[in-house]
Write a protein that binds this ligand. Structure first.
Ligand SMILES: Cc1cc2nc3c(=O)[nH]c(=O)nc-3n(C[C@H](O)[C@H](O)[C@H](O)COP(=O)(O)OP(=O)(O)OC[C@H]3O[C@@H](n4cnc5c(N)ncnc54)[C@H](O)[C@@H]3O)c2cc1C
Length: 340
């Protein structure tokens, strides 16, 4: 049995991949529903441009998954105005941004998914090998180098072959502390801004790397995110306290968004949703074995590219959990690297 903590896009994609391999699994989600954190509050932009060849590998395979499997995928393309970065994806063509102020690389293969639709599909599948248990805030228990079960409110003893995968998003910081594992996870608070799409923009995703502003159309709305990337305290926090902490930065961010694009002016703002995204110090997620506990695995630290890469990361991790050797790319994401 593979026990998975967390029903975000990481845990759910892993469950789907294990299900396809006929491997028993069970997800424990501490909230009453899936996607209350980053997986339900992101822009749903699927992008493959990556300076890191390992992550490009997973992003390209994930894009193929979305094209094949996800009805809400829209290959609308993406215009990217790169920063001072040597992008390894060759620019097939350059296009003007919709506001005409600058041009960027046009990546026609990239696109968007609707996070709500994606979560609904992943949670409402006809599962044969596992189930999702909501409202379970289980605390792992260890003995020596093994996870032997989970307790507090629920008692789950582990059998000899059982393994635990932590796919807890921002909750992974608390778990890394509990396991006393130095994973070096950093949290950034990010906000999703929803604007009225008065100009009826229906073109590609537009992404300015230099300011970190990106936006996409969603019917009569434009979804945008952007602003400073400043590490914040990693503890999980309620929606209310996240919003309170964010509101002081909102004015500045809205000024940046509006300056870049009049379509993102603050008078068109409809709503904001804030949460954290989490990444390791080297900005490569953890997808693989723990470096100390024999039956502990991590699938976390997906940063700002979790939706773009989770399907292929999950498929590779499922292979490892089913006894296959880790390929070169997955091996680079092992949590054991922090002990080297
Ligand atoms: C504003 C914003 C915009 C973004 N836009 C994009 C984008 O356009 N494209 C893209 O690719 N990525 C984007 N991202 C990043 C992406 O959303 C994340 O990388 C991804 O959702 C992380 O998924 P996850 O499953 O690891 O974490 P989460 O979504 O945080 O899920 C973790 C789950 O674990 C549960 N949990 C935590 N602790 C425990 C515990 N102890 N026991 C049981 N359950 C627990 C939580 O309740 C939660 O449901 C964005 C992020 C933000 C914040």
């Amino acid at each position: 049995m593979i026990h998975i903590l967390g029903a975000g896009v990481a845990g759910l994609m892993l469950a789907e991949a294990l299900e396809r391999r006929g491997q028993s699994w069970r997800i424990y989600e501490k909230e009453a529903e899936a996607g209350l954190y980053a997986s339900g509050k992101n822009a749903g932009i699927i992008r493959t441009y990556e300076t890191d060849p390992v992550m490009r590998h997973f992003a390209e395979a994930s894009l193929a998954y979305y094209r094949r499997e996800e009805p809400s995928f829209n290959g609308r393309g993406l215009i990217l105005r790169p920063w001072d970065v040597d992008y390894t994806v060759p620019p097939p063509e350059t296009r003007q941004f919709s506001h005409g102020r600058f041009a960027g690389l046009f990546l026609p293969e990239n696109g968007t998914v609707e996070p709500g639709d994606l979560l609904r599909r992943l949670t409402h599948q006809n599962f044969h090998k596992g189930e999702i248990r909501y409202g379970v805030d289980a605390v792992p228990e260890v003995d020596g180098r093994r996870v032997v079960g989970m307790g507090t409110g629920i008692q789950i003893p582990f059998m000899a072959k059982d393994r635990l995968v932590c796919a807890c998003g921002e909750g992974s910081i608390a778990l890394a502390t509990l396991f006393n594992r130095p994973l070096g996870l950093i949290a950034h608070r990010r906000t999703l801004y929803e604007f009225r799409n008065e100009a009826h923009y229906d073109g590609p995703v537009e992404w300015d790397e230099e300011t970190g502003v990106y936006y996409r159309p969603l019917g009569d709305r434009l979804l945008a995110t952007g602003g400073e990337q400043i590490p914040v305290a990693g503890e999980a926090e309620s929606e209310e306290s996240a919003m309170a902490a964010q509101s002081s930065g909102d004015e500045k961010m809205l000024a940046i968004l509006g300056r870049e694009n009049p379509r993102l002016s603050s008078h068109l703002l409809v709503s904001t949703r804030t949460c954290k995204r989490l990444m390791p110090l080297d900005n490569r997620p953890y997808a693989g074995r723990d470096g100390y506990y024999e039956n502990l695995f991590w699938f976390t630290g997906l940063g700002g590219r979790g939706v773009s890469t989770a399907p292929a990361l999950a498929a590779a991790l499922a292979g490892l959990l089913c006894g296959e050797p880790a390929g070169r790319e997955l091996a680079a994401l092992s949590a054991g690297r922090v002990d080297v």
